[in-house]
Design a protein around this ligand. Structure first.
Ligand code: AMP
Ligand code: MG
Length: 700
């Protein structure tokens, strides 16, 4: 059977009334993981979540997808309980029996305490079930666990002996109890068994080779991962089901199948117990979410200096893409997700750097004659021989040095006399030989996490025996243009209209920065239309770049919408060219609202977006690499903002484009980089050193 396309985790509840309207903790939460994304839903009643679950199951069956559904209540009881209740050791016979006893209304009203009391009546003494509100307690269902005696059942299942924090299934009431959850949950799942028949199985009681598989899960198994991955305004129950679903989704199909076979066939089992490392490793594909306040404005600043804005972005953003394993041959341009160590040394064995003759030890000055052994060492041959002291062997470039050889004399320096060679000394011990591991030792770190792999890296990785690497999923960067005046490239532009020049330019920049550019087209200055586009964008991209409409005017809908979404900051950055930069979150996806002017859009992309995108792609913050060049121009600037001028180098001097107008798109094409002038006042005279950053210095 193929792997699971859907992983569903349900946080169950035994509440006797519907949970609050407003999504709340300690209620029913369901996470559905499918196609790399997880959706969490809140449910006020058990009937409601079962309905949602059936919709998932039906859709999965219609689409021929397998689904694994995990529930956080015990699926079984200690050995002997099933027989005592049903006369058989079959846990599913017990399920049917419980389902026949339990009444559980659409409004959560239920008879679980009565059922427990009746079940206790089947046992001698008092128990095994206990715990209920004081007025309901009686001799058959005590309020205290210590009042029980003589019922003959073990207190815990075997699996609960392995997880001490897990509560026994007999306790029905108060903090942390799971007994009521199990009675009500098993009854509900038994109805699903009836409904889906042979298409559904229950692990580990049945073979998990069906389209629908139900399993018991325990969210606290991954408590530390949940703590690290819970988003700021996310309810813990929601984070728990989400993280658990993602952890199971991160396992290989074989691994998950093997886990489903584990456990006790009568008592049941907690899926994944004993595999916490594998589950945590699977989660590396799901980086912790960006916080919604990651673009909050620096406090009390009117015009934010470029340096401060960059430092803020740098500290607040992190990788947003997951991790996958690819063969080295497919890894060009990909960002390493983990450090890579050499599997073997390079070179793996001592070998010769030249064509010549090998022997042991150096030789002093004067003529040396050495008899040749009959063999010859060529590249690829295992050094499975020994060259006796005082003898030499014919050896060709790259061949491993056999035992007894550590020095090679160049063939051009040798005369052959029958079965011997003669040459003039001196020759140093070790000449023309390469030591094993002189380049790289086995276990050396050869490439660090965050590195974008170059062709030479692929060569090195291969040379040291690395076949696959863990890389970041490519960062998907969406580009959207806004403005009523815009016309598609190559279209017919009426009076008052202009061509959408930013989009092809920004899409090109994204591609050259090594990300996946996603074209979201153009949108009118219309809030509903823009909002719909951002919805699509947030769904399909990891980051969105918009251009236009980013300031605070009437037609600046990008900033208005992000503002309404409550997660935006209009950064007034002290930079020229560039007006305010609207930074915000749209449904959890960061949006860079760039200015509409092409020159400003380009400068802001290079200065702010490029390093931020690198950070989000897992490549780390990228500092632009510039250098000082004598100015080929004169310019005065005032203090208080940083300026970027379109520039290029000719004859060892940096020239700037004659016009600084930010609408002059021709200057961008003329330029080959930018001159960066510091925030302070400055008078640049020809010949003064100024900082020049070529496009390549921005990673383009
Ligand atoms: P805005 O930021 O929307 O006020 O736009 C500022 C200037 O940039 C206006 O002159 C716009 O017409 C121009 N502009 C906006 N978007 C684009 C675009 N995609 N291509 C070329 N120019 C644009
Ligand atoms: Mg506009």
């Amino acid at each position: 059977m193929s792997g699971f396309k859907r992983i569903i985790i349900v946080d169950w509840s035994a509440s006797k009334v519907p949970s609050p309207k407003k999504p709340s903790p300690d209620a029913i939460w369901m996470a559905v993981h499918r196609a790399g994304a997880t959706t969490c839903t809140y449910h006020r009643t058990r009937s409601d979540v079962i309905e949602a679950l059936c919709a998932q199951f039906d859709e999965a069956i219609a689409q021929d997808e397998r689904v694994l559904a995990g529930f956080d209540f015990p699926f079984g009881y200690p050995v002997g309980f099933a027989r005592a209740v049903t006369g058989r050791d079959d846990p599913l016979a017990l399920w049917a029996d419980l389902a026949a006893r339990i009444e559980d209304g659409a409004d959560n009203a239920n008879n679980r305490f009565d059922v427990a009391r009746d079940l206790n009546g089947l046992f001698p003494g008092v128990g095994p079930f206990w715990g209920c509100p004081a007025p309901l307690a009686d001799d058959n269902l005590p309020a205290k666990g210590t009042s029980r005696h003589g019922h003959g059942m073990a207190e815990r299942r075997k699996v609960e002996d392995l997880i001490r924090s897990a509560q026994p299934c007999w306790k029905l009431y108060t903090t942390g109890s799971v007994g009521s959850q199990a009675l009500l949950g098993i009854a509900r799942l038994e109805r699903l068994r009836a409904r889906y028949g042979a298409a559904l199985s229950v692990a580990p009681f049945q073979a998990s080779d069906t389209p629908i598989v139900l399993a018991e899960v325990y969210p606290s198994l991954l408590a530390h991962e949940v703590a690290a991955r819970q988003a700021k305004d996310e309810i813990k129950d929601c984070a728990q089901v989400r993280v658990l679903a993602e952890a199971f989704a991160g396992l290989s199909a074989d691994h998950l199948d093997a886990m489903l076979r584990e456990g006790d066939a009568e008592e049941g089992w907690i899926l994944g117990l004993g595999h916490i490392d594998a589950l945590s490793a699977g989660l590396e594909r799901y980086p912790p979410p960006l916080k919604n306040d990651c673009f909050a404005l620096p406090q009390g600043v009117n015009w934010t200096p470029v340096e401060d804005a960059l430092a803020d972005l740098r500290s607040r953003l992190g990788p947003v893409v997951g991790v996958e394993t690819v063969p080295v041959t497919d890894a060009l341009g990909r960002v390493l997700a983990s450090d890579v160590d050499a599997v073997r040394a390079h070179p793996p064995l001592p070998n010769t750097a030249v064509d010549g003759y090998g022997f042991g030890g150096g030789r002093g000055s004067g003529v040396h004659r050495l008899p040749l052994v009959a063999a010859q060492m060529t590249a690829g041959r295992a050094p499975d021989m020994t060259v006796p002291e005082g003898h030499a062997i014919r050896i060709l470039t790259g061949a491993a040095l056999p035992d007894g050889v550590d020095t090679v004399v160049l063939q051009e320096d040798v005369s052959r006399e029958g079965g011997a060679i003669a040459f003039h000394g001196p020759i140093k011990q070790g000449a023309n030989a390469r030591a094993a591991g002189e380049d790289v030792r086995a276990g050396d770190c050869i490439a660090g996490a965050g590195r974008r792999l170059t062709p030479s890296d692929l060569g090195l990785l291969t040379a040291v025996g690395v076949g696959t690497v863990q890389v970041r999923a490519p960062l998907r960067v969406g580009v959207l243009s806004t403005g009523d005046e815009l016309v598609e490239a190559g279209g017919t532009a009426g009076p008052g209209q202009i061509y959408d020049a930013n989009r092809p330019m920004l899409l090109g920049l994204i591609t050259q920065l090594g990300h996946v550019a996603v074209d979201f087209g153009r949108v009118r200055d219309d809030r509903a239309a823009l909002s719909a586009c951002l919805d699509v964008g947030a769904n399909e991209a990891d980051v969105i770049l918009t251009s236009g409409g980013a300031s605070a005017g009437d037609e600046d809908h990008v900033s208005a919408l992000l503002n309404e979404a409550g997660a935006m900051a209009l950064w007034r950055i002290a930079i020229k060219p560039g007006r305010p930069l609207a930074l915000g979150m749209w449904q959890g996806t960061p949006v860079f609202g760039l200015p509409g002017n092409p020159v400003a859009a380009m400068a802001c992309t290079l200065v702010f977006a490029a390093p931020a995108l690198a950070q989000m792609a897992g490549a780390g913050w990228s500092e632009p690499q510039g250098f000082d060049v004598p100015a080929g121009f004169e310019k005065r600037k005032k203090a208080g903002r940083r300026e970027y001028l379109r520039a290029r180098i000719r004859d060892g001097r940096v020239q700037v484009f004659p016009s600084e107008g930010s609408g002059r798109i021709s200057g961008l094409s003329w330029a080959e980089g930018l001159v960066e002038l510091p925030d302070d006042a400055l008078h640049v005279r020809p010949g003064d050193p100024v900082r020049y950053i070529p496009w390549t210095g921005f990673g383009v």
